[in-house]
Design a protein around this ligand. Structure first.
Ligand code: SF4
Length: 339
């Protein structure tokens, strides 16, 4: 897979300009926000599969963790199922951006399903790390949230070698077979600061703990957190657009609070903004999770403008231009036979 380069992250450290008129109602709009390269690829994968094979195309789990995206794809003919057993034999099934365990792929093959894998390449990278460290007989401490689809997929690569560590507190109690052969890996969508805290606590107990070869928390998660950290101290309220089951969205609200926002609220869309949240609020920060279409942010900005918050300033801390190519099955084939 061709992976174009990500532009270097340019984090500005100077403080934001103070509100020019104390009490003046304004919006600080974080950038980057919204769709990442993995989500974009996964959504286009389902759309292209529908175009190429016709409806229905089955999708195991939510293709990305956003209700609006799922509903729109359902409207176009996608059918979301919990397990491959729910897919008629021989049908097309798309695996979500969060990845799947090898056992799921095996089950799909047994049913004769035509599988299209929309796993984000940055999640696949963590899968490969798990396979490699398990082969070298390491015990893998996978920092992440038990039950999250990505964690189930990664752990499923080497179940006998993986222990999930959910929090810094669990780092104090996790038991390993051999402290000399331990490595940590992580879910891609965690809080960077909390993960590093967990790693520090693990290393206090296991000084020979190995680091992953490269960052597992992905560029999109990191970039969105950096932007929120920059604007949070100036915000009376931060609105984070995204669904409740979206890990990176929930983390953004936590990061906003940890970095100085007086209040942070996660909302699926503008309809969830409550009038009382705006009482006495001068500066509202707005951001969105990596699975959130920009139209939902526009809806929030329109609702805020109607409430007197029409002055919008960008708080940009990075440029992103990463694009992933589609799964092999869906790449357009030119007359010359090249994708
Ligand atoms: Fe991939 Fe990161 Fe987006 Fe998840 S949040 S789909 S790991 S780019």
């Amino acid at each position: 897979m061709t992976v174009p380069r990500v532009r270097a992250r340019t984090t500005r450290t100077e403080p934001l300009q103070d509100n020019p008129v104390p009490g003046h109602k304004r919006v600080l709009l974080a950038a980057p926000r919204g769709y990442c390269a993995g989500v974009d690829r996964a959504v286009i994968t389902v759309e292209k599969a529908l175009e190429r094979y016709g409806a229905p195309v089955y999708v195991r789990k939510q293709i990305v963790h956003n209700l609006h995206v799922v509903r729109e794809l359902e409207h176009k003919g996608a059918v979301f199922v919990d397990e491959v057993d729910d897919v008629p034999e021989g049908a097309h099934v798309v695996f979500s951006a969060h990845g799947v365990a090898p056992a799921v792929k095996d089950a799909a093959a047994l049913r004769g399903l035509q599988a299209i894998d929309a796993t984000c390449p940055l999640v696949s990278k963590v899968h490969r790390e798990a396979v490699r460290f398990a082969r070298d007989d390491y015990e893998i401490l996978l920092i992440g949230h038990t039950g999250h689809e990505e964690v189930e997929g990664t752990a499923g690569e080497a179940p006998a070698h993986v222990t999930v560590v959910n929090s810094p507190e669990e780092a104090d109690t996790v038991v390993v077979r051999d402290p000399a052969r331990v490595v940590w890996l992580s879910q891609t969508t965690l809080s960077v600061d909390e993960t590093m805290q967990t790693v520090r606590r693990l290393r206090e107990r296991f000084p020979q703990l190995q680091d992953p070869p490269t960052d597992d928390i992905c560029y999109a998660t990191q970039n969105r957190q950096v932007a929120v950290k920059k604007m949070a101290p100036d915000c009376d309220l931060v609105l984070v657009v995204g669904s409740g089951n979206s890990s990176n969205t929930v983390r953004l609200a936590e990061v906003a609070l940890q970095h100085g926002a007086r209040v942070a609220q996660r909302i699926d869309d503008a309809d969830e903004i409550r009038q009382e949240w705006l009482d006495g609020v001068a500066t509202v920060g707005v951001t969105s999770g990596a699975s959130v279409p920009e139209a939902l942010v526009h809806g929030v900005l329109a609702a805020l403008a109607a409430a007197g918050y029409a002055d919008v300033s960008d708080v940009r801390t990075a440029e992103e231009d990463l694009v992933f190519s589609l799964p092999r099955e869906l790449r357009t084939v030119s007359p010359g036979g090249r994708p």
